[in-house]
Design a protein around this ligand. Structure first.
Ligand SMILES: *Cc1c(COP(=O)(O)O)cnc(C)c1O
Length: 365
């Protein structure tokens, strides 16, 4: 006797669709037998990992038979020092994705709701619905978060609000005055998650530093990652900074040993590698300029972005164009699941990678 095991799953999970990741290079190689492939699909750091992180990994390999330090003592100490917070305010995660799920699991359940924006990072609906909570999706304004409408949308049962700054896949960002004004409006019993996955790329120029706002807003949780500007996407290390009380709650649901010893060691090393971070930011600045110039010449509009990616608008079917680009050996990201069927998201790559994308587009359009 067999059952419908989908129908037996939690209600929220029944309505979900698995996360669609950017196509791995090896997969395209297997499918099309192409030699040279450019992947601009997952907002990865095109520089490759920091040499210092690689050296730290080599050291950590000798201890692979041991469990990692489940409390991440050294990495937390380094982060606490850098961010001027206490170590008891930091939660380490298997990528910041893990931390976003911990927040949902800790504060959401059936009968509660979470507010986030249209076109916001797709992990929010996944996290919310898998907890059986209700999603309140607020219409975007100019592709960005409409924080006034988001504050108004907070309901009696709302427990969490997700704000991505800058947002993925639109690249839109909110200035400090906007965030502060929003935080002032949100009731203290609603946890505000400020997802700063692209903080290092966007820092300065009016962009708020969420960590500096923590002392004023005990309901604020700031999440960051080592996957983007720090170039360690494969190792899955992210973190949340929040009040000690929220941090204690998140640690109750955190899986033991959720960050590997390799991740801990490499993250600590790259955190101290200021040269790598500044090169990453500079390569991104130059690549962004190159791509914008190229898109302009091709007559393609894009959404101004503060991240390491651009959402580019097409008047052709992007699903077909995506497939055609694959055949040219260029992997980008269709973002129909984000409610943006006319856009493709392209990550900023090295000069030759950006050129490969622009050449392929010129040929195809
Ligand atoms: C990439 C990304 C993350 C998480 O990445 P991890 O690799 O899990 O740390 C979180 N939020 C946004 C908006 C992102 O784009």
């Amino acid at each position: 006797m067999s059952c419908d095991y989908t129908a037996l799953a939690n209600k929220g999970i029944q309505g979900l669709r698995a996360y669609q990741a950017g196509k791995p290079i090896e997969e395209l190689q297997r499918e099309l037998g192409l030699e040279s492939i450019v992947k601009l699909a997952s907002n990865e750091n095109p520089l490759g990992p920091s040499e210092k992180a690689l050296a730290a990994l080599a050291g950590a390999v000798a201890e692979l038979s041991r469990y990692p330090d489940s409390n991440g003592f050294d990495l937390k100490a380094a982060l606490a020092e850098k961010l001027s917070v206490g170590t008891a305010q930091i939660t380490l995660g298997n990528g910041s994705n893990d931390v976003l799920e911990l927040i949902a699991r800790a504060y959401l359940e059936p009968g509660k709701s979470a507010v986030y924006s249209q076109h916001a990072f797709v992990v929010y609906p996944l996290a919310v619905q898998s907890c059986g909570a209700r999603s309140i999706v607020v219409k975007a304004s100019d592709w960005g978060h409409d924080l006034n409408a988001m504050a108004d949308a907070i309901d009696n049962d709302t427990a969490v609000v997700f704000v991505a700054n800058p947002n993925n896949p639109t690249g839109t960002a909110i200035d400090e005055a906007g965030i502060v004004d929003f935080l002032d409006k949100v009731p203290a019993n609603v946890v505000v998650v400020l997802d700063e996955a692209y903080f290092e790329y966007a820092a300065g120029d009016e962009l708020p530093d969420g960590v500096s706002l923590l002392s004023h807003y005990p309901n604020l949780v700031v999440t960051r990652t080592f996957s983007k500007a720090y170039g360690l996407a494969a190792l899955r290390v992210g973190y949340a900074v929040a009040s000690e009380q929220i941090t204690d709650v998140l640690n109750r649901v955190r899986a033991p040993f959720n960050v590997s010893s390799l991740g801990l060691a490499a993250a600590q090393a790259v955190l101290a590698d200021e040269d790598y971070l500044s090169r990453s930011i500079e390569v991104n600045r130059q690549g962004m300029e190159q791509l914008i110039g190229g898109f302009n010449s091709l007559g393609l509009a894009h959404i101004p972005s503060r991240g390491n990616f651009l959402a580019v608008e097409f008047n052709t079917d992007t699903e077909i164009l995506y497939q055609q680009l694959l055949k040219e050996g260029v992997i980008v990201r269709p973002i129909g699941v984000y409610g943006m069927p006319k856009h493709l998201r392209v990550s900023v790559g090295l000069e030759n990678e950006n050129a490969a994308l622009l050449n392929a587009l010129q040929k195809l359009l």
